[in-house]
Design a protein around this ligand. Structure first.
Ligand code: DX5
Ligand code: ZN
Length: 220
């Protein structure tokens, strides 16, 4: 289980996205939060920005779609060259079909669950996905406080993944920082999204290294 860090550009300077991407070239992924003001009460960026960023950034894009109707839009993000495309179970109407379309377009397929959504009903979908994303805040905004209430679900999800063969990555997103990342890693997460903890730091690249070292130290 290798630790991976995915800085969220939601906390970056949107007027200088290429520079902000380059500032974390030591990260494994660049996390792109797509919000539509319907699934979540916030509006961010969409396909044209993802297409532009893919050309400008040297780091693969980890697109997190917080949108209604991901079945309609997700394949286009994979076709636009995102390395990973994650849809929410609360929004998808045909998740199996959409996840398969993401994979056939050449991207890794991710499934995201809000803090109050249980993992158990989706256990049979582990074979359809490359990553499971557990939200550790209610989605919509950066800089929120980490929800410890999600940690037992992180543990249960890791057990399910191990029983399934261990190929699926387990991502946590929301409030991940130097204060909380060790708890997430101990519970079994291996991919860590961090927005304010990276882009709010004086030196974002050093923040990435520091988070990675803490997670590696705590991982089982
Ligand atoms: C929240 C987004 C997160 C957000 C995380 O809805 O999905 O990716 O950028 O920001 P921090 O790390 O500041 O909680
Ligand atoms: Zn996100």
């Amino acid at each position: 289980m290798a630790v991976q860090i995915s800085p969220s550009i939601l906390s970056a300077d949107f007027a200088r996205l290429a520079d902000e991407a380059a500032a974390v070239s030591n990260a494994d992924w660049l996390h792109v939060d797509v919000m539509d003001n319907h699934f979540v009460p916030n509006l961010t960026i969409g396909l044209p920005v993802v297409e532009a960023l893919r050309k400008a950034a040297g780091t693969p894009l980890d697109c997190h779609l917080m949108i209604e109707d991901p079945d309609r839009w997700a394949p286009a993000y994979a076709e636009a060259g995102a390395g990973s495309v994650t849809i929410h179970v609360e929004a998808a109407k045909a998740p199996v079909r959409t996840l398969r379309q993401i994979r056939s377009a050449g991207a890794r397929a991710g499934l995201a669950l809000n803090p109050a959504t249980a993992i158990e009903p989706y256990a049979d979908l582990l074979g359809e996905i490359d990553m499971l994303l557990l939200m550790t805040v209610e989605p919509g905004f950066g800089g929120q406080r980490f929800l410890d209430v999600v940690l037992p679900k992180v543990r249960r999800t890791r057990e399910l993944i191990t029983a399934h063969g261990g190929q699926v990555w387990l991502q946590v997103d929301g409030g991940v920082s130097a204060e909380t990342i060790e708890r997430c890693a101990e519970a079994g997460a291996d991919v860590f999204v961090a927005g304010s903890a990276v882009y709010g730091a004086d030196d974002p690249a050093r923040a990435v290294d520091a988070l990675r070292a803490l997670a590696e130290g705590a991982a089982g």
